[in-house]
Design a protein around this ligand. Structure first.
Ligand SMILES: CC(C)(COP(=O)(O)OP(=O)(O)OC[C@H]1O[C@@H](n2cnc3c(N)ncnc32)[C@H](O)[C@@H]1OP(=O)(O)O)[C@@H](O)C(=O)NCCC(=O)NCCS
Length: 174
């Protein structure tokens, strides 16, 4: 089995639909209880725009799509990754770690010295997936530097929340 991670710029409709479905399916489970039912993480138009910008890295196992991550350069010069997903059928096989490694190398190659990620967490209770992510990101070298109220950062999306949430911002020197 060969795992390959690379930037994919294809906006072929079937691929865009497959990638959109993967992100939405994974997030429907990973953020269950945080959003009002029926809320989707993304849609085909956003995914196609990110692909076109050269900001989606995809993981393929023997050519089959098994994961993805969005990579970006922030205005302050940091690298950032988001929309990190691994296919539920292949968890724990290192796809997530390879995607994070790729995102960090991508950002470092563009001059970034800090990598950022944002974790959406419920304000008043503990979400098991978010706890797993917090511990895993810490093992990968990320440290929480700030906690922002989601409603203040994204007032237009706030009505879609099912419970009050915060963004915890993590940094790692790269
Ligand atoms: C986060 C995510 C991409 C990780 O993907 P993955 O391919 O399972 O990642 P890895 O195989 O590299 O394993 C991650 C960690 O989980 C541990 N793990 C072991 N078995 C596991 C299993 N069956 N399922 C999940 N994780 C397992 C691994 O040991 C690893 O820890 P380590 O790096 O310290 O060894 C995946 O869990 C996911 O899609 N989560 C939902 C989406 C999400 O919340 N994204 C992040 C938004 S900020």
């Amino acid at each position: 089995m060969v795992l390959e991670v690379s930037i994919d710029r294809s906006t072929e409709p079937a691929f865009v639909a497959e990638l959109t479905d993967l992100v939405n399916q994974v997030y429907a489970d990973a953020e269950k209880g945080l959003w009002v039912p029926g809320t989707r993480r993304t849609d085909e138009a956003e995914v196609a725009a990110v692909l076109e910008a050269g900001e989606f890295a995809v993981a393929r196992l023997d050519a089959a799509l098994v994961g993805a991550v969005r990579v970006q350069r922030l205005p302050g010069g940091e690298g950032e990754f988001g929309m990190l997903v691994a296919s539920p059928a292949h968890r724990g096989a290192g796809i997530g770690r390879e995607l994070v490694r790729f995102a960090e190398a991508w950002a470092r190659g563009r001059g970034a010295r800090t990598m950022q990620l944002e974790l959406l967490v419920p304000r008043d209770w503990t979400h098991p997936v978010k706890e797993f992510l917090r511990e895993w990101y810490e093992r990968l070298g990320y440290r929480a530097i700030r906690r922002d109220q989601f409603e203040q950062a994204h007032p237009t999306l706030a009505p879609r929340l099912a419970t009050p949430c915060d963004f915890v911002v993590y940094h790692k020197p790269i």
